[in-house]
Design a protein around this ligand. Structure first.
Ligand code: WQD
Length: 343
């Protein structure tokens, strides 16, 4: 089987991609230091895949420890790099932590992939690099705008490091995947999104509010220039997103030319307002999300959603799941979490 290192493989998108890799006949090798994920995810992944998974408990910024993984795992087909901190708010408060981890791990990984001649690289990027697009839907050719947060800046720097390696003649074949808003959970409800503390992201807050772990949702502003005044995003089911990584790996493996970095937008291609999401929860779960209207959240873009033509035509990939299905799966995941953990 083709062996693939999955850094951050115990995380939200990483864990769902480990399942998709196994089901597609790849051999996932998880590298995670559990700095932003739960160790219990590994056991749940083994329950879903019904096999013992390979895990290296390593900090990706630790070059010595990470080199030992490459030495142990000979003949690697590729690497998918999820391991990064991803909270916009936290990055504003702790920029150094984000640059050390997100950019530091990227530098280490690029050095090791070159040293061990690992040819295929899938990098986890974000629509955050677009800022507030001037035109919608946003394509891969839309301008990258000055980052609105240190988190977004680290994603832009990581993309630049890949292009600089390409320009320096490194034989790396790279797919840069710009995610829109990943939500939902695996149909087994054994893995899903579990942010530590009060969720910053919309859907985990909604499910925790429905579970009465939190009070009503605060909708951050309804005076935007949109159909109902609330912000628009492109919410993509995490299982659809995981599948895109498989399609990207297979596509990379089929490319004869080397030294390239190809960008792909991964979204549904359809924008949804906050009230659309609330309606989707009613449709997908039968539940009414209680909410109040609050002030705008600083740093929020008004609206962004993807043009997904390139991933559809080049990777033969497009999303399969609807917003109500995302809501249903997110709620089923929340339900099995049981009581609210101590905070
Ligand atoms: C979505 C919408 C909020 C919470 C960020 C990162 C992005 C990615 C996903 C990592 C916005 C509104 C939210 C709430 C609300 N992370 N909202 N009440 O900000 O689009 O994207 O997280 O890759 O890179 O930038 O996602 O879920 O935080 O917000 O009204 O309690 O929901 O204002 O319009 P966002 P989000």
């Amino acid at each position: 089987m083709k062996k693939v290192i999955v850094t951050g493989g115990a995380g939200f998108i990483g864990s769902h991609t480990v399942v998709a890799l196994y089901e597609a006949g790849f051999e996932p090798v998880i590298v995670d230091n559990f700095s932003n994920s739960q160790e219990s995810v590994i056991g749940r992944l083994e329950e879903i895949t019904q096999r013992k998974l390979v895990l290296h408990r390593v900090d990706c910024t630790d070059e010595g420890a990470f080199r030992e993984v490459f030495e142990a795992e000979q003949k690697l087909f590729g690497v998918i790099h999820f391991a990064a901190f991803k909270s916009v708010n936290e990055s504003v408060a702790e920029p150094g932590k984000y640059h050390h981890n997100n950019v530091g791990s990227q530098k280490v990984l690029l050095r090791l992939m070159k040293e061990f001649n690992v040819p295929h690289f899938v990098f986890s990027s974000s629509c955050t690099v677009y800022g507030q697009p001037n035109r919608l839907p946003v394509t891969e050719k839309s301008p990258v705008q000055p980052a609105l947060s240190p988190y977004g800046e680290t994603k832009q720097i990581c993309e630049t490091l890949i292009r600089e390696e390409r320009d320096a003649g490194s034989p790396l074949k790279t797919a840069i995947l710009r995610y829109f808003n990943p939500i939902g959970a695996h149909s087994s409800a054994l893995i899903g999104e579990l942010p530590l503390g009060v969720p910053q992201n919309l859907v985990p807050f909604i499910t925790q509010s429905l579970a009465e772990w939190r009070g009503p949702l605060t909708v951050f502003g309804n005076d935007y220039n949109t159909s109902d005044g609330t912000c628009i995003r492109d919410y993509i089911h995490v299982v659809d997103l995981a599948e895109a990584h498989i399609k990207a790996l297979k596509w990379l493996g089929d490319q004869s030319k080397t030294a390239f970095a190809e960008v792909f937008n991964l979204g549904t291609g359809t924008g949804a307002t906050i009230l659309d999401v609330i309606r989707a929860f009613k449709k997908g779960t039968g539940l009414d999300v209680q909410y109040t209207i609050g002030d705008r959240r600083p740093g929020d873009v008004e609206q962004i959603y993807a043009d997904v033509e390139k991933a559809r035509t080049v990777l033969s990939w497009e999303t399969q799941k609807s917003l109500p299905e995302c809501a249903r799966d997110a709620w089923n995941w929340q339900l099995q979490l049981g009581d609210k953990p101590e905070e």
